[in-house]
Structures are given as structure tokens and as C-alpha cells.
Design a protein around this ligand. Sequence first.
Ligand code: SF4
Ligand code: MG
Length: 328
Amino acid sequence: NHLKKYFPIKGGVFKRTVGHVKAVDDISFKVKETETLSLVGESGCGKSTTGRTIMRLYEATDGEVILNGENIMELPKNKFRSLRRNIQMIFQDPFSSLNPRMKVRDLLLEPIMTHKLAGRKEALRMVEEMIETVGLSKEQLNRYPHEFSGGQRQRISIARALILKPKVVILDESVSALDVSIQSQILNLLIKLQKEFDLTYIFISHDLNVVKHLSDRVGVMYLGQMMELAETDVLYENPMHPYTQALLSAIPSLDVDEKKERIILQGDVPDPSDPPSGCPFRLRCPMAFDHCAKEKPSFLEKEEGHWVACHLFDERFEHQREKQQQPE
Ligand code: SF4
Ligand code: MG
């Protein structure tokens, strides 16, 4: 709820704060129990920072994160730690998130022991059960992370996160580093596990094909702000925001007959320490008009469950949209 994460920029000889990178700049969304909500956008748009701020790996600059009616941003650190096991995060690179000097058995035992979830005997039983749940075998518990392939290592990370029986799992580019065939195996595993354990996923990805396959709803982020949010089918079939339209137009289509006009975006994502006035997307937006520089568009629910932040969908400027849609 109105989540913000600003990073200070230090400068000069005295290392004073000279500005801020607004990595997450006032975003609000709800995630329903057992659904998959994806956050998409180009790199640097604030998806990962959103995930890490929800996990309190970063302290939020402002805003709330409410889990079961409780604002977890306000909890003192020691109280949050016990609640923490309800929210787990799985990262892109299992090479760096798994301690190379620990056997898989110990990697899986560690979180149970840290959270005092069970005694050692029961913990070992949980570990053996979980390793099979993610498609590996008990014999592999004696091995070290480097003895596994990338896909297997990601299975270990998943086991390590799920062994704490979390409610919410934040997946940050969790399949992005894998080959396409391995990717689909891991995605299918994630879908299976979600059903089995009633998990709620926040799925962070830049890959719109993967997202389409997996999500109930999708939020599109740009420069730390939410541009559009809708059910997956609605978003892919009827994208409202010019940024979403451009992202979707860039997905290679398997259907050769499908005529799709690719919208090429000019330039790069602007420097988040110096964002443009008004609409954050305006410097690259093919539909920008004069008012876009003057005011930041509000995030409006245009149709039930379909939210968009663009002046073209503001009643005051709907004539602009009609003008834009006319053929030249
Ligand atoms: Fe483009 Fe203006 Fe809409 Fe921003 S508000 S997306 S610049 S048309
Ligand atoms: Mg990222």
C-alpha cells in the first residue's frame, strides 16, 4: 500500500545525500491467496526492489505491506523474524544463494533449525520428504551444490524455501538463467507445488511468454511505478497502457500469419534519480501529448479489475485517445 523505496545518492567530499534513486515510487497492489501475481517490466523498473522491500531485505522508505491484516513493515525486527518464514524468496542465481561448502542435507536443515520448527529427527524426516517433493532423491542429500546442474540447483533452492511452509513465495527471475527446456520443467514444478501447498506467488520476470503461462494477474512496472494491472488474459488481449502495448508487441509470435506491428521504443529507461516530470513514460511514449509533461497520471480502475496509469484513459483527455486512434 503506497510502497516506496528510495536509495540516497551520496556526493561531494562530505558524502552528503545529493539526491535519491526512486527505485519503487508509490505502488499499491493486492495479492489474493493462492494466486500468482506477476510483476513485469524492463530491468531497472523496480520489480526486484519491490520484492526485496516486501521481504524487508530493504527497509521501506514509506508505505505498508499488510499480511493477514498486519502491517509487517511496522513490526520490530525480532517479531518480524518469526513471521518471515511465511514469506520466502527464490532468486535467479542458485549458484550464489546456496552456500557451496554445505551439503544439500544441511542446506535444507538450516532453515528448520534457525526457525526452531522441529527437533533434529523430525527435521531430517522433513528434509527427506521435501527433496523428493521437488523431484530429487534422498541419496542426493549427501552432495554439494556444485555437483548439480543449474535446474537441479534451482530445485534445491525451491526445497529450501518451501521447507518452512511459507504462505507467500516471491520468485525473482527464478527461471531466467535456465535453458528453455529446463525452464519449463521448473515452471511445471512450481505450478504443482503451488496447488499442493496452497502457495501464493509473486512472480517477478522480464519474460512475457513465461508470465503469460503462469500468472492469474499481471502488473506492469516502469521507473518504479505501476503502469497497468489486470487479469492475464485481459492484459494480453486488451492492453491499455502504451508501455504494455510496446512490451507485448515485442514478443516473438509463433503464429506466422499473425500480423503484429512491432512498436519500437525510443531510447532507454530514464535515470531513476532524475525521472521526467509528469508521466514517467512520456519520453518514450509514442502517444505522448502536452499534458503528459504537466501531471503524473493517476492509477485508475477503468474496468473491473483493470487498472491503468495513463492520461489517455482520464475522462478529461479521452478526446486525445480518439484522435490518436484515427488513421493518418
Ligand atoms: Fe503516454 Fe501520456 Fe499515457 Fe504517459 S500519460 S503513457 S506519456 S499518453
Ligand atoms: Mg531484477
